[in-house]
Design a protein around this ligand. Structure first.
Ligand code: FES
Ligand SMILES: [Fe+2]
Length: 362
């Protein structure tokens, strides 16, 4: 016997929050308090400061904090001088020329790489105003300063996902700040809906297929694993072909085992794996309708050092970069070998000059 449901018992599928949820200042204040302030608090990756003396200013923190690496490890110190609040460091670089110290450009107060004030010119005694140095927690080299413990939060990840999201052998390449003119929740919603990939990322849609999408769930995360598109071997456009050819050439003709893995660590962090590429994004609401997305790119070391075409190929395939002046070649630069005299030239210098001449001519 069957029972027909009355119209009142049927409820329409709910596919979105009410429009007010994307414009409500009070709700955003609550989200900041309940989700962001109590969340993992992504900072950056240890690979942004690979060597002792390195620093990296954090765009995700409005440049107000920087990562530094000392012999004792990685620190996140304030980048705002304790004297007259000058911003001290810019971009990424090395503190080596200042003996590993941070020197304020304004009046030259000098702090150690760990934030301790070690010199204050014109002050008879040390004012003892150190920079804030917040303790960090780490998971696979990703660094966090929030109250949550990423090791506990991500403990339920499958062994395969954990292994694939391993940054060993990778190097940091660049970070890009993307200003989004919409609410942060819109980004997360679209990101988690795989049906946007085909229309919105046509290049990626030819590389991966969401038909065999597999999900992993945890209390604090979700993971989407997608396979290689059946059309992977048949690049449908010249731009996609460029990316395809780079992947296959680098892998000696062996296709990757899967297309992509997309981890979302709630509320605002994504870690994505593509062949030989890891991408970390973090979303930072600026207002109800403005969000900053800081996107960091990491590549397998051999790719980053020797395969610049591999790095730009997906950007071109996705349409974010457009090749122009494809036939243009910059004028050849003259290369000179300077040595004291042609006469009495030693055999070893002669041999080296011959080698240079032969290679430069090739
Ligand atoms: S503001 Fe930095 S030393 Fe004065
Ligand atoms: Fe997307």
């Amino acid at each position: 016997m069957s029972r027909l449901l009355s119209a009142a018992e049927l409820s329409a599928p709910v596919s979105q929050l009410p429009p007010a949820a994307y414009f409500d200042e009070a709700l955003l204040a609550r989200e900041r308090e309940l989700l962001f302030a109590r969340g993992p608090g992504y900072v950056g990756h240890e690979l942004m400061v690979p060597n002792a003396g390195d620093y990296a200013v954090l765009a995700s923190r409005n440049n107000a904090h920087a990562l530094t690496r000392t012999e004792r490890g990685v620190n996140m110190i304030s980048n705002v001088c304790r004297h007259r609040q000058a911003i001290m460091l810019d971009g990424r670089g090395s503190l080596a020329q200042n003996g590993g110290n941070v020197v304020c450009p304004l009046h030259r107060w000098t702090y150690s790489g760990e934030g301790e004030l070690i010199g204050a010119p014109h002050f008879a005694c040390n004012p003892e105003l150190n920079l804030q140095n917040k303790g960090l927690k780490a998971w696979n080299g990703l660094l966090f300063d929030g109250p949550r413990d990423p090791v506990v939060d991500l403990a339920a990840l499958s062994a395969q996902t954990r292994q694939t999201l391993d940054f060993s052998g990778y190097v940091f390449n660049r970070s890009v700040v993307h200003d989004c003119d919409y609410n942060w929740k819109t980004f997360v919603e679209v990101y988690l809906e795989d049906y946007h990939v085909g229309p919105f990322h046509p290049g990626l849609g030819q590389f991966v297929t969401c038909d065999d999408l597999a999900w992993e769930w945890g209390r604090e995360f979700s993971v989407q694993t997608v396979g290689l598109s059946r059309g992977f071997d048949k690049p449908g456009s010249p731009t996609y072909k460029r990316w395809h050819d780079q992947v296959m050439q680098f892998r000696n003709g062996v296709p990757p085992e899967q297309g992509a893995i997309w981890l979302t660590y709630y509320p605002n962090i994504t870690v994505e794996w593509y062949p030989h590429t890891l991408v970390v994004s973090s979303l930072w609401p600026q207002s109800v309708s403005k969000t900053v997305n800081v996107v960091e790119f990491y590549y397998a070391e051999e790719v980053a050092l020797f395969e610049p075409d591999f790095i730009v190929a997906p950007e071109i395939a996705s349409g974010r970069l457009v090749p122009i002046l494809a036939d243009f070649a910059p004028p050849a630069l003259p290369v000179h070998a300077a040595y004291p005299s042609r006469r009495h030239l030693s055999a070893k210098v002669r041999a080296f000059v011959d080698f240079l001449a032969e290679r430069a001519a090739a």
